[in-house]
Design a protein around this ligand. Sequence first.
Ligand code: RIB
Length: 294
Amino acid sequence: MKILNFGSMNLDYTYHVEHFVQPGETLAAKEQKMAPGGKGLNQSVALAKAGAEVFHAGCIGIGGEALKTLLEENGVHTEYLHKVEELQGNAMIQVDSTGENCIILYGGSNRMISTEQIDETLEHFSAEDWLVLQNEVSNLEYMIEKASEKGMKVVLNPSPFEAFLEKLDYNNISWLLINEVEAHQLTGKTEADTVWNALHEKYPKLCLIMTMGVKGSYCFTPQEAIYQKVFPVETVDTTAAGDTFTGYFLQGMTNGLPLKECMEQAAKASAICVSREGAAIAIPMRTEVENFKF
Ligand code: RIB
């Protein structure tokens, strides 16, 4: 079994501010940092730190070489990365005094993934393998369609949410990972059980993870429902908390760990992540997750 993440890689320009900038306001940042990020890259790093073997595919653009190095330093396979003559994808992130963030994305190189690259990459994978996706890359629907044709199991984090995601055939998705906002955008519902009922009725084989910030998270499968509380920490920066959760959950789930334990390790890893600054650099190692005292 192999895990392929066809995912975004961003240079994150993070600005620490007292509050999010308002329309018409010019706001001085208290601190500014540039660090590796992108939902795809963060998830691959989290998977690898958790102990999974993961292949990251996508496009490295102008200025993005350090992102490839970071993946390799974390043990992620990078042979399916292509180089493109386009600016590296990047994100402008505001982090306020409570650790909350808001993000503006520029797709850049992440939007240069072609159907040819997808076909070539998928040739190296088969029915026992997993494909992990987020909505920060080009040709997402094509990836889902081709991977499903091969019998690969697809995991989708439909973030950032766009209207076309409402029309996807979720029968081709094994696991959907969403937060409360995306859950509402997708189903029009807010409570976890009503979100699950709406999805389960339409897509009976789909499994769901719904994260709800400090309110914890739910895991729903056709057989069981598991609630996971949040482990309390001092919040410094919530960036990549969801990606960390995704990586640690998937590592456990693809290795046959009971779902309750997958949820617990994901929640612990995610708590450590929010107690630190940054995206990929804030993701903890497995030993830190195992030893952390909450
Ligand atoms: O999920 C966090 C990530 O979202 C950041 O690293 C940023 O690059 C955006 O993709």
